[in-house]
Design a protein around this ligand. Structure first.
Ligand code: NAD
Length: 489
């Protein structure tokens, strides 16, 4: 035992099965896609690569379930989602261990972001649904009716898989939509686990359907299908653009949560030590595989050397190891491809003259995709290590020459997902927050509010639409204006 409440071998890994129309099936003639533990490189399970027939069946089930589900009361749906939240609470430790085994995230982080956070997101969205005005007369006497968009295709990535699924499932179900979910092929097992919880919570057949497989095959067939009314995608910019084009061509609504290259801007009156240490911590959550990680630390020119010293010391304090071991503070990267991509960026930056502390394959591991955290300095503003989303434990330090220059550098990116600003002067911090083009800006290290209803999503190439809270719910709703319903002549 490693001090966890559950040993990994006591966690039941879901079988390779599809969940369609409330039934589990494992057709024997399907290709299986293996799922690896990135810490051991061992296969821990597998999932089914779907065929066209599976996809058609999933959309047919979701379409058939839509009418009856949309006709239920909000309170009925909210009660079922309460039951799902209770199940998430009760089974959270299993889910966290399973997610750590799939992604390599340290269990301490998994407990927070794969179990506790999704539960609180789900509960917060249920609260929002309960207090939403679903129908009302506006000041002109028009009756405004909010209706579910319809069948939702939800496609999710691997880095925070449980959270990303719940952030779509919760508003979709609360509004009366039905869902076909395809999780990432690197981390599909927690989605099957969640489907078991939905089933046990009494969510009716066909309301939630889970299909599995690779993005280029199953994902592409899903996107090309005509079975959905809204696609909600979280993932890379490349795939997001493609899905947006397909949806746009059909005038179907698409919510796209894409990448980021988020800045942390430190003004010269801020506490540099706290700002740098906090930025390192926020950048290296999940080994830096986080869309809103602050990956560009922008400090006053004159403080670059000291900031580097603090950052290098903070990075060197990480304990790399088995994600299940409670002393581990950084696990492996999620796949060999991800490790090689990260190392490739760092090698190329070194070849162009950058100084990189860390950023190499970690010693002492027989297996696993471990990379030591990297602090990059002496690099041009246009270097790919500065401009591209790397999705690994890589923090780049840049110098600024004051407020305006800091704003310029912070906004000099195609992305706009999130930002962090640091100043001892509340007015300056606020001005900085207002000048940065990003969907979320955190002042002096403030983390998620409780409950987690702050809208999340991107400006610019970071996406279209918002998740969480009331804005997240709105994405799944149509608005109907009925004129003359309460007309008094
Ligand atoms: P990805 O785009 O490769 O895959 C995401 C999902 O899309 C997976 O389920 C994949 O199977 C599927 N997919 C791939 N090709 C497809 C296709 N042609 N048609 C349909 N589906 C397809 O992204 P990833 O590598 O899994 O995740 C990392 C990316 O996600 C990063 O860029 C990161 O910034 C982004 N991300 C964004 C947010 C956000 O909220 N903005 C959150 C997490 C991750």
């Amino acid at each position: 035992m490693t001090g966890t409440e559950l040993a990994p071998d006591t966690v039941v890994v879901p079988d390779a099965r599809l969940y369609i129309d409330g039934r589990w099936s494992s057709p024997s003639d399907r290709e299986l896609v293996p799922v690896h533990n990135p810490a051991t490189e061992q296969v821990i399970g597998s999932v089914i690569e779907c065929t066209r027939a599976d996809i058609d069946a999933a959309f047919a089930a979701a379409r058939q379930a839509l009418g009856p589900w949309a006709a239920t009361t909000v309170e009925h749906r909210a009660e079922l989602l309460d039951a799902l939240a209770d199940a998430l609470h009760d089974r959270g430790e299993e889910l966290a261990v399973l997610a750590s085994m799939e992604i390599g995230m340290p269990l301490t982080e998994s407990r927070a972001v794969q179990a506790a956070f999704p539960e609180s997101v789900l509960r917060s969205i249920v609260d929002v649904a309960r207090t939403t005005r679903w129908e009302y007369d506006d000041e002109s006497g028009t009756t405004i009716v909010r209706e579910p968009v319809g069948v939702v295709l939800a496609i999710t990535p691997w880095n925070f898989p449980v959270h990303q699924i719940i952030a779509k499932l919760a508003p979709a179900l609360a509004t009366g939509c039905t869902v076909v979910l395809k999780p990432a092929e690197l981390t599909p097992l927690n989605a099957l686990f969640l489907a078991e919880l939905c089933d046990a919570a009494g969510i009716p057949a066909g309301v939630v359907n889970v299909v599995t497989g690779r993005g280029s095959t199953t994902g592409e067939m899903l996107v090309q299908s005509e079975g959905y009314d809204l696609v909600s995608f979280t993932g890379s910019l490349t795939v997001g653009k493609h899905i947006g084009q397909v949806a746009g061509g059909r005038v179907i609504r698409a919510t796209l949560e894409l990448g980021g290259k988020s800045p942390a801007v430190v003004l010269d009156d801020a506490d540099l030590e706290i700002a740098v240490r906090t930025t390192v911590r926020n950048c290296f959550t999940n080994a830096g595989q986080k869309c809103n990680a602050p990956t560009r630390l922008i400090v006053p020119d004159g403080e670059l050397a000291r900031a580097r010293e603090i950052a290098v010391a903070a990075a060197a304090s990480y304990v790399l190891g088995d994600p299940i071991d409670p002393s581990t503070t950084m696990g492996p990267l999620a796949s060999a491809a991800q490790r090689d991509k990260v190392l490739g960026y760092l090698d190329a930056a070194r070849a162009r003259g950058a100084t990189v502390a860390g950023g190499v394959r970690a010693d002492g591991f027989d297996a696993g995709y471990y990379v030591t955290p990297a602090i990059v300095t002496d690099v041009g503003e246009n270097d790919p290590v500065v401009t591209d989303e790397i999705f690994g434990p890589v923090l780049v330090l840049l110098g600024h020459q004051g407020f305006d220059d800091a704003v310029r550098i912070a906004n000099d990116t195609p992305y706009g997902l999130s930002a962090e600003v640091w100043s001892a002067d509340p007015a300056l911090a606020e001005a900085l927050a207002r000048h940065i083009a990003a969907g979320q800006v955190r002042i002096n290290g403030v983390r998620s509010p409780q409950p987690p209803v702050a809208p999340f999503g991107g400006y610019k190439a970071s996406g279209i639409g918002r998740e969480l809270g009331r804005f997240g719910l709105d994405e799944y709703l149509e608005t109907k204006a009925v004129l003359g319903l309460h007309h008094k002549s």
